[in-house]
Design a protein around this ligand. Structure first.
Ligand code: FE2
Length: 429
């Protein structure tokens, strides 16, 4: 007798007709035709059952603040940073917690159950850290929230930047962040990466740096980050976020850089929605895309994942908390449209991100945590195309969100779902 059995699932790796039995919050069996009973049964009716989506790069302190105190008129990264500088001093802990919790509710309905959020440590009052540490605790039953101490205004450039970041870590923020390309000089940026890696080594923490988020082909902070990672023995524990300058770098230099990154086992976090929106703004035509070299990095064996970065905040007025929207943009901007390409893109918002976040027990195997999502799609390829309804979201073996199916979408067989009632109903319970 199991707590829950999901019947007739298609898994992301292509297995079909699979039953998933849950006991005590973990997957007790995952195979075709489990002959047993359960407290609750749900038929997936042949649809895709995926492990939960993961967002490895987000800014929860700024989310859903669109229009406060004003809109970003130019829509540029630099005006976004300036606007956040206007909002930050007037934001209270209470309203920040309220916005973040509202976002987490949205995330759950999207099957997004793991989020790594940066926490701006530039304001020494650290209202941001207080708020998000409270949110981290409150959402624990349904969302695993990791926090990065992030010196938005520069570790060295901001007044009290060094002390504030260290104080946020003392408060319990668990990952060391940075923004070397925003320091006053390239030398300051390099020094900040060295200092931040040293802090991480001393404290035994992971590192996640906003790195080279520029169109400058000569920005070199990822090289420093990889070298310092090796010097401090932090291999596998360091993430380079954005890396947009790699788009514009000289090809010969990149042929030397990527093997260095692989040696350091850097986790690459690209943010396709934000990068395509904010990069290349100084270009006329031709206009650069500004996304890092996703295909080349994957082919070199690096772990590449995708983040949402922003939803309705000073930098980005759009977004929906849907990692399939992020992945959909990645397919286009990275021009990864082949069948195997798309499978790799789906991995980049699930298993690759799990590796970056160091998650244990993630996945659809016996013994893994019973966290998964039933989608109104046949397989990962269709999920990328449709960004479909998350029919049921399951956490630790319990259904925490249900959404009615959409009618009228074109499924892979070319027929509208509404004329195929066998595939178009809320999962049976
Ligand atoms: Fe970011």
């Amino acid at each position: 007798m199991f707590d829950l059995i999901i019947r007739d699932a298609t898994l992301p790796d292509g297995r079909t007709g699979i039953d998933i039995a849950v006991s005590g919050g973990t997957i007790a069996a995952i195979e075709p035709g489990i002959a047993a009973e359960a407290g609750e049964e749900i038929s997936a009716t042949g649809r895709l059952v995926s492990p939960p989506f993961i967002d490895p790069h987000f800014h929860m302190d700024a989310t859903l603040s669109l229009g406060i105190p004003r809109m970003n008129v130019s829509g540029t990264l630099l005006e976004g940073i300036a606007l956040w500088g206007e909002l930050r001093p007037i934001a209270t802990k209470e309203e920040m917690v309220e916005r973040a919790l509202r976002y987490c509710d949205l995330a759950v309905t999207q099957g997004l159950l793991f989020i790594r959020s940066h926490v701006d440590t530039s304001d020494p009052r650290l209202v941001t850290a207080e708020a998000l540490l409270e949110v981290q605790e409150r959402v624990k039953p349904y969302i695993d929230l990791q926090l990065v101490a992030f010196p938005q205004d520069g570790y060295y450039r901001a007044k009290d930047g060094v002390a504030s970041l260290n104080r946020a870590l003392d408060m319990g923020v668990g990952i060391v962040g940075g923004i070397p390309h925003f320091e006053r000089t390239m030398e300051d940026g390099k020094a900040s990466v060295e200092a931040l890696c040293r802090i991480a080594a001393d404290r035994g923490l992971p590192v996640d740096i906003h790195c080279d988020e520029t169109d400058d082909p000569l920005s070199r902070h990822i090289e420093t980050l990889a070298a310092e990672t090796i010097r401090f023995g932090l291999e596998g524990r360091v993430a380079g976020s954005h890396l947009t300058s790699m788009h514009s770098m000289d090809n010969y230099y990149v042929s030397k850089l990527i093997p260095l990154m692989a040696e350091a086992r850097i986790n690459v976090i690209s943010n396709p929605l934000i990068n395509i929106m904010l990069q290349g703004r100084h270009d006329t035509y031709p206009k650069r895309r500004g996304l890092t070299r996703v295909r080349e990095l994957m082919e070199a064996g690096l772990n590449v994942c995708f983040g949402h970065d922003c939803v309705m905040d000073p930098w980005y007025s759009m977004g929906s908390g849907d990692m399939l929207e992020v992945a959909h943009m990645a397919v286009h901007v990275a021009q990864m449209a082949g069948i195997e390409d798309k499978r790799k893109i789906f991995d980049a918002v699930t298993v690759n991100s799990a590796k970056t976040l160091g998650l244990e027990g993630y996945g659809l195997e016996k013994g893994c945590k019973a966290d998964f999502v039933i989608l109104q799609a046949a397989d990962p390829i269709e999920a990328l195309r449709l960004k479909p309804t998350r029919l049921a979201v399951i956490k630790a073996g319990k259904v925490i969100s249900r959404t009615a199916p959409k009618i009228g979408e074109l499924f892979l067989d070319g027929r509208p779902a509404s004329v195929d009632p066998g595939r178009d109903h809320v999962p049976k319970t």
